[in-house]
Design a protein around this ligand. Structure first.
Ligand code: GRF
Length: 199
């Protein structure tokens, strides 16, 4: 199975996925890393691991459709079976999502459906929740709303700051995302409406 990982930032999840592949915990090939941010650290990680890079800069395309079409053409060339969003900060078009229906995973740093959006960690922390943690879900057209694959609850400690909580959440992300990806690879995720059955 061939995987594409999409990133816009530091790429710590990408690194966890690369490491999991190396250890044989993910039985697939990361064929390509797609990014919309030329100087993001995720691209350096991809280069170090010898993975092909596709840089897509918004300004070089006339429309969002053209942008997505270009990515899709590249994914087809690489025979990509699964797309893994790992801190990719752009929304995919409906047409794009349809082409890879039920084959796109995302990780969100809060327990969905709470605290959707860009600041899941900060929003949960400021709200005063006692439990939070990452959610891996399938991507649908509604942002952060697709069927949930796995969640990793963690307790908020009395002395946590937004930053220490963020570290704890990221550490969990690096375990739960490779696990969810491997479940997909093994064909063990069965979507039934809103629910994902692990078979
Ligand atoms: C993660 O917190 C993930 O939940 C969110 O974006 C962040 C990406 O971090 N979608 P990194 O680039 O993998 O370090």
């Amino acid at each position: 199975m061939n995987i594409a990982v999409f990133c816009s930032g530091s790429g710590t999840n990408l690194q966890a996925i690369i490491d999991a592949e190396k250890r044989g915990h993910i039985k697939a090939v990361i064929k390509i890393v797609v990014s919309d941010v030329p100087d993001c650290y995720a691209l350096i990680r991809a280069k170090k691991a010898g993975i092909k890079i596709l840089l897509v800069e918004k300004g070089n395309f006339k429309s969002k459709d053209e942008f997505d079409r270009y990515i899709l053409d590249n994914l087809k060339n690489e025979k990509i079976d699964l797309i893994v969003l790992a801190g990719y900060m752009r929304l995919l078009t409906g047409a794009f999502i349809n082409e890879y229906k039920n084959k796109i995973l995302n990780i969100h740093p809060a327990l969905l459906p709470s605290f959707k959006g860009t600041h899941g960690i900060r929003d949960a922390f400021s709200y005063g929740v006692k439990v939070t943690g990452p959610t891996v879900h399938f991507v649908t057209e509604d942002m952060d709303a697709g069927p949930i694959v796995l969640q990793a609850p963690i307790m908020v400690r009395e002395d946590d700051t937004e930053s220490t909580l963020g570290e704890a959440i990221h550490a969990e992300e690096h375990k739960v995302y490779p696990r969810a990806i491997q479940l997909f690879i093994e064909g063990r995720l069965k979507i039934e409406g809103r629910k994902v059955k692990i078979i």
